[in-house]
Design a protein around this ligand. Structure first.
Ligand SMILES: Cc1ncc(COP(=O)(O)O)c(C=O)c1O
Length: 374
């Protein structure tokens, strides 16, 4: 048997990783500004993370949600504190798509409605309703197609108001900063508009914080810049620093009923230990502040390059829009300078490094970038 060939891959085998670096099987060192797609939040193989997971594995790695889980309660309390939503409740699952699937489902249970509003260029995952709310027909299978999702233009307040009048809206789902869509920051006024329309029509505001959340933007949720609360926040990626884990943070107005949501693996002992280790390191090393500081520095410096068409993003979620003539830069950064970056089509370099990135690493990237664009 061979792996099902669905991923275009770089011809690199990673054998070792530490902090913001990885090493291949030839011993070459790479600077990692991609973090395995925004997953590595506190840095690779952080000693506290490794110890907490190892200690937990030596005690109990897994048991299902049929027994009491003090670790889940500890995680909920710490996440409530760090995210500033202490009166919210936590439901744990295993991936981002699953987090969005559960959020959309919970919204529909809550108000008994079916219509979901999503936005152009959105990416919410590949499970049935999450993919139906994703604006990419190539990954929507016929069985996922549904009239329950309406796509609206990004940032179009009039279209949003009209949709609320036309449909019985169950929920509005929006990334605070679109990732796959090319690093597009939702304006504070647009997020506030969603909040007020959801309040007016008793619809549910779902903040997809899977890529832009968990401190990456310089605030815990990038949606927090708008100064309003969403009803449900969905998380994955950075929450486990590589341990597969998803979560939703649920406003107090939702009433839990036994059996309404559920999963076998979600919230197991090892997953909770991973998520606790991440939050402990984030607090101890003040990584949200670091993301704001180093990200702000990078954005400012990148704006000085006249070859760059636009720099978008917040904190350590940065999109560098390049002209077609510089489409080769991402590959050159990897092959010539051994720097991993992400991309979004067309011609956007996406920086999604660990939140512990240092100024020296940022400068190393800027120097290599400067050589390639000039
Ligand atoms: C904004 C957003 N939502 C949802 C997902 C889906 O997450 P997962 O791949 O863990 O299912 C992603 C993944 O890239 C994402 O960027």
């Amino acid at each position: 048997m061979k792996p099902f060939d669905v991923y275009p891959v770089n011809n690199i085998v990673i054998e070792k990783a530490l902090g913001s670096h990885v090493w291949d099987d030839q011993g070459n060192q790479y600077l990692d500004l991609y973090g395995g797609h925004a997953v590595i939040s506190i840095g690779h193989t952080h000693p506290h993370y490794v110890k907490r997971l190892t200690d937990q594995l030596n005690k109990v790695g897994f048991y299902s949600n049929s027994v009491k889980m003090p670790l889940q309660e500890q995680l909920a309390a710490l996440l409530g504190k760090v995210s500033g939503k202490e009166d919210y409740h936590l439901f744990l699952c295993n991936s981002g798509a699953e987090a969005n699937e559960n959020a959309l489902k919970l919204a529909s249970f809550y108000n008994g409605r079916k219509k979901v509003i999503a936005f152009r260029k959105s990416f919410h995952g590949r499970t049935s309703l999450a993919v139906a709310a994703t604006d990419n027909p190539n990954i929507v299978a016929p069985v996922n197609q549904t009239d329950n999702v309406v796509f609206l233009p990004w940032e179009d307040e009039a279209a949003l108001e009209a949709a609320f009048k036309e449909y019985e809206v169950s929920s509005v789902i929006i990334e605070g900063i679109q990732g796959v869509g090319g690093i597009n920051v939702a304006s504070e006024s647009f997020l506030r508009k969603i909040r007020s329309l959801c309040d007016q029509y008793n619809a549910v505001f779902i903040a997809d914080a899977i890529q832009c959340g968990y401190g990456r933007s310089g605030k815990f949720y990038s949606h927090d810049y708008a100064g309003v609360n969403a009803d449900i926040y969905t998380m994955a990626k950075g929450i486990g620093n590589g341990f597969p884990l998803g979560a939703i943070s649920i406003a107090p107005k939702f009433k839990a009923v036994h059996g309404m949501l559920g999963t076998t693996f979600g919230g197991n002992h090892l997953a909770c230990a991973a998520a606790l280790a991440v939050l402990e390191v984030m607090e101890e090393e003040k990584l949200i502040d670091n993301a704001a500081k180093i990200g702000g520095y990078l954005i400012e410096q990148l704006k000085n390059f006249k070859e760059v068409l636009e720099v978008r993003g917040r904190g350590l979620m940065i999109g560098i829009q390049l002209p077609e003539s510089l489409a080769h830069v991402k590959k050159d950064l990897l092959m010539k300078h051994r720097i991993f970056t992400g991309e979004a089509k067309p011609n956007v370099i996406r920086l999604l490094p660990s939140l512990a990135l240092t100024k020296e690493h940022a400068d190393q990237f800027l120097e290599a970038f400067s050589k390639e664009v000039k």
